[in-house]
Every structure is written in structure tokens, then in C-alpha cells.
Design a protein around this ligand. Sequence first.
Ligand SMILES: *Cc1c(COP(=O)(O)O)cnc(C)c1O
Length: 458
Amino acid sequence: MEVRKVLLSEDEMPRQWYNILADIKMNPPLGPDGQPVKPEMLAPVFPMNLIEQEVSTERWIDIPEGILQILKIWRPSPLVRALFLEKALDTPARIYYKNEGVSPPGSHKPNTAVAQAYYNKEFGIKKITTETGAGQWGSALSFACCQFGIECKVFMVRVSFDQKPYRKSMMEAWGGHCVASPSTETEAGRQALAKDPETPGSLGIAISEAIEAAVSDKSGTTRYSLGSVLNHVLLHQTIIGLEAKKQLEKIGEYPDVVIGCAGGGSNFAGLAFPFVLDKINGRDLEIYPVEPAACPTMTRAPFVYDHGDTARYTPLLPMHSLGHAFVPPPFHAGGLRYHGMAPTVSQLVTEGIISPKAVRQLEAYKAGVQFARTEGVIPAPETTHALAYVAQEARKAKEEGREKVILVNFSGHGLLDFAGYDKYFSGKLDNYALSDEQLAEAESAFADFPKPQHLKSR
Ligand SMILES: *Cc1c(COP(=O)(O)O)cnc(C)c1O
């Protein structure tokens, strides 16, 4: 009998996160004066214990018991062999997916939401503000804050707020408070509305609003939280890859190919970084972050210094960026509509250690529907991008007649994302692609900023 799924016991859960900053060279984030940011400059925005984690270069960082207790509600997550999908693709490849859709909010995001709420609580914080694109992050943070008795305020990108009313209900079920962004509650929001009252919003604007709401709270007990991009967020997600590695070991497998979709880079990094460590140490494998062709950060935009938000409140981060003012076309994968990319993921791209891919919206939905009709689980629109690339790799394996092992992150289920599926089924979805002119215009946003160095880690 072939293995269908591999489960770990709670005792086998990883007790440490893997910190890639121990193994790669990075350009520092820069402050308004053009100098490297000092940790204390971030103190109004994040609690100091998370800032320490953000800059740590320790390779292994202990996961506190208080975090493990909550993660155990759904972790360790299953590693499942997609036998029926393999059959439908008629491929000699063995496809394994790590199912992060089993968490209460339905995605990988609570892996860091729980950790961040824990450290904020330890630091005496009473309220956390954040932004959300598709609503996955807002619901994950609402869930986590609820577990620790912290107030949660979410600025949700307008287009998703209108498309996905049930995400707001989900946040409210966990006690979170959600408003559409741009809102009239912040200076950044009011400015965006003055510029374009009909704007669909963007993650960049919503981040500006959430940071402003945190730092302008006079009580001193409010902080901001980000669901992707930053080092500590990606660190918390590595529990995914560390579990997957143990699960594959149990059945004597090791991946030839590791694939994850990438918006800010966190679920991809969570699965991939423990395998990137092996690759840095000489192991031969392919690692692919997959992004939408409509928001082609890694595949078409340059590696530059740029702000993480539209109002330019954040430090300059070394990353692939479409420009902090970029408002992506309204395609249906809210979580993949970010103008930048995690600096660590960007660094690995510049060094050629990982190889980014782009897929188009219709190809992604096609792969998502095929997955639903074979494996049964309905993927989030974001996740379908990774699955589309899995299908391409499986076809390649067939052409080459190779028994490849493909490992993919199933970052979340799509049970609250049917507006996009509806449009797909009724033939109303387009293959948005960005023109070279649009790209050049967006990129003028960082033309005058300093340029990062091209560093070599190995
Ligand atoms: C948010 C989200 C993503 C994209 O964010 P990353 O930080 O790149 O992982 C992907 N999949 C799902 C299901 C999400 O909710």
C-alpha cells in the first residue's frame, strides 16, 4: 500500500525555529537618514522582544511553551501524498502537500499570529493593529489575539472588504474589529481617498494606516503587527518546513523540488528555508517561489531599496519591488497583491539559490479546480498559484520520465473565497498582465533611493 498521509505526534513537533539570517548575508534596512536602522528606532511600532528576534542571527531559536500549546490545536499539520492528482496528471512524480489549511482561520498565517500575540502579551501590549489583504491575516491575528485577551484592529483592503464580507464576520467572531482601507480614521487613509475616492485600496496603503494607528495611540500599549515580509514572521513559519522534513524522513523521501506561492514570502519561506539550508550546504534541489503574473515582483521587478508601505512610514528594505505606490490590478488572490517581497527571499533570488516563477490567473484557477476534483480539498486562490506550477513540474517529470519528488505548501483552503471561483466558472476572469510601461511607471517610486549591494552568501 502506498502512503497516503504522514502524521507526527505532538511530541515530534519541532521545539525550535530555523533562522536563515545565520546563513545568508543581508543588506541592512535603512532609516530616513540613509543609515542602517537601529533596533530602538522600531520600538514605537513593535515590542522589543520581537525586534530582538527580527535582528537575531542565532541559527536556532526556542519556541516558547505558551506558543506550542496553542499551535497544538491544529499542529503538527498533515503531509499528504496527492495520489489522485498524480493520477490525473499522469505523472511519474510523487507529489506531497503540506496542508496548512487545517488551522482554525484556514491558512498558515496563525503560525506567526500566535507567536506575535504571545510576545506582545509578554511585553504588556493591550492592543494590536494590522492590515489585511484577502482577510486571511486579519482573521489569523483576531484568532491569536483572542487566545491571549488582546484587542485587535484590522484595516482591510477595500476591494477584498467588498468581495469577502464573511472574512469580516470571521474576525468579529474572534472579537477583532475590521474597517475598510483606505479609511477616514488615519492621515494616510484620508490622503489616499483624496487622491482617488474610488480606489480599490492596496496592502501598501493599509499598512500605512495600521502603523499610523499604532504609533499615534498615546497609551503606549498599542503596537503594530505584520503578517509577512519581515524576518521574524518568516522565522515563525519555518515550523512548516521543519515538520515536513521529519514527515518525509519517516517515509524515506527527500524533495527534488520545493514549491510555494509567494505574496510577501512567508508561507513559501516557512516550507522552503529548512531546505534552503540543505542547498546552501551542498544538497542538490530546486526551490521555486511562485507569484502571479499580474503582480510580478521577483520575476520582473528589480532588487532595490524601497518602502514596505505607500505612505513611506517603514524603513527602506532591500527587496524586489514594483514600487511602494503600486496598486495592482484587482485579480482574485488578495494575499499575493503586495508590491514588495521579503528581503530574505529577495536575497536568495538575487543569489540564484531559489528560482522564482510566475503563473497567470486562469492557469492558477484551472489547477485549483483540478486539485478540488481530485484531492477534494478546495484551495485558496493564492494556493492555486503554487498548484499551477506543481502541474507544470509534474508534466516535465513525465516528459523526462523521472520519478521526481515534489513538495508543495498548501497554504490555505478557499472556503471563504468563492467570489473568484464563481467568476472563473462563469468565464468572467481575465489574465491580467502588466505592460512594460506600467512597470516602468511603478518603478519610478524608488528611482532616487540608495541601491543595495549584491552580496554573496556562499
Ligand atoms: C496570505 C496568504 C498567502 C500569501 O502570503 P505569503 O506571506 O506570501 O505566504 C498565500 N496563501 C494564503 C492562503 C494566504 O492566506
